[in-house]
Ligand binder design. Structure first.
Ligand code: HPA
Length: 233
């Protein structure tokens, strides 16, 4: 048992899917995994291990934002030996041509996080996806005929920004979408020598001022989960 995860050594698979929402973790486990077992309920941040296509896979909620995400990622890697971490989440698109419900694969993540500015003493680090996972996710999305984009995302510390037009700076520099976790996921994966990828579905679009309905989010989320499970080796 680690501080935030009540699992025993060996309870967690080498591949872990990481939704922010613990109820999404439960949904993935109950919908897609064979014989899922819940290994933690600490703070309601549910985690499950089961099988998909005969391979062991875990799915662990991480909460929202980089400080929470980093706690789970750190413990999964360093205390439970997780080698592949695939975030499944939502994002807000910064371009008109990235429609609601499409997929964004985060090749890299810009951030305003104090976690990384402190870590790198004010210098700028470029958190980057594992290329093998990225390639396979892209191929899988194409095979399923799903609209998919790959590029830089913005991992923000703020959901409700004081300045509603602040996103335009990132859009001007080619950033595809905003979310709140990928920069720290890729930073920690690099530090500890494991593989990571963020697969995101577009839940809202900034320039179009549009948002997906609850039903649309559910369907798009299931496409994303399927891709994550297919590429989980
Ligand atoms: N901001 C941050 N994360 C998000 C957003 C957003 O607008 N939409 C979906 N995830």
């Amino acid at each position: 048992m680690s501080l935030h995860i009540a699992a025993k050594p060996g309870d967690i698979a080498e591949t872990a899917l990481l939704p922010g929402d613990p109820l999404r973790a439960q949904f993935v486990a109950e919908t897609f995994l064979e014989n899922p077992v819940c290994y933690t309920r600490v703070r309601g941040m549910l985690g499950f291990t089961g099988a998909y296509g005969g391979r062991r896979v875990s799915v662990q909620g991480t909460g929202m934002g980089m400080p929470s995400h980093a706690i789970y990622v750190h413990e999964l890697i360093n205390l439970y030996g997780v080698k592949r971490l695939i975030r499944i989440g939502t994002c807000g698109a910064y371009r008109k041509d990235i429609p609601l419900k499409s997929l964004v694969l985060a090749m890299s993540a810009s951030t305003d996080s104090a976690m990384n500015s402190r870590r790198f003493q004010g210098m700028s680090y470029a958190p980057t996806a594992d290329f093998g996972l990225l390639l396979r996710a892209h191929e899988e999305a194409k095979r399923l005929g799903l609209p998919v984009f790959a590029g830089n995302v913005f991992s923000s510390d703020t959901f409700y920004d004081d300045e509603p037009e602040a996103w335009r700076l990132w859009a001007e520099y080619g950033v595809l979408a905003v979310e709140m976790e990928t920069a720290i996921l890729y930073t920690l994966a690099a530090k500890f020598g494991v593989r990571a990828l963020s697969i995101l579905t577009v839940s809202d679009n900034f320039p179009l001022k549009a948002a997906a309905t609850h039903e649309e989010r559910q369907t798009a989320f299931q496409d994303m989960m399927r891709i994550a499970l297919e590429i989980a080796p």
